[in-house]
Design a protein around this ligand. Sequence first.
Ligand code: ZN
Length: 254
Amino acid sequence: MGIREIVTQSKVNIGAFIRSISSTILYRWILYFKSQPIVVSQKPAMVFSPHQDDETLGCGGLIALKRLQGVPVEIVFLTDGRYGRPNWISEETITDIRYSEAVNALDILGVGSSQAYFLNHLDGSLQNLSNEQRQEIVDKLVQHLQSFMPEEVYVPHRKDGHPDHEATHSLVTEAIAKSQLKVELQEYPIWMLWQNPLSSNLKQEDFTHVYRLPIANVNERKTKAIQNYRSQLPGIPRGLIGRFFLPHEIFFKN
Ligand SMILES: [Zn+2]
């Protein structure tokens, strides 16, 4: 490792350290001062996940609680997840691995493979779609919504700080409007609170309707489901991953 690498490496570490602190402060502020407690409802839910792991990280506890109570839950994955690839997995096998990790994680959470849909759009492409491609995806989402008729829909937060995540929010909200279904929209954070505090576009009003769902009863299950995503865990920053093992989940309603 040369001097330049050492300097770059320390910048990365300092950056991650600062993010880890600011994100912990923000998270605790939300948890203790801004969020209201909720209990899981009996309403059928559809969870939209940009990549194979977001559904488990953001909503694994909610999914497990609903399934334990026999409430129907369906998951729709938008991309094929091909770019979330550690070196030890080949380009040719990554999408199969992500598919089977998702099926296994959902099985642990109580969702069968027939309740999971893989739309397989190119990973990283959702924010750069042509109008035609966008309409095609929205129409597909409308079909899923109309066939399952959820009363609750879960999407990544509108300001999640990741192009595919924010695009998923936008595609799903457009599909809900087009489907004419009346659903409660809940937004789950993945990268939202991990943004650089100096460049983040989060505003005070983004924290007006925040809810915390206790998931202690199913936390072991959620933990197992997360650990099942072996190809993804090394890519999640150390300062962030611990948050997904906590005994509550945070949701935003706007
Ligand atoms: Zn993702």
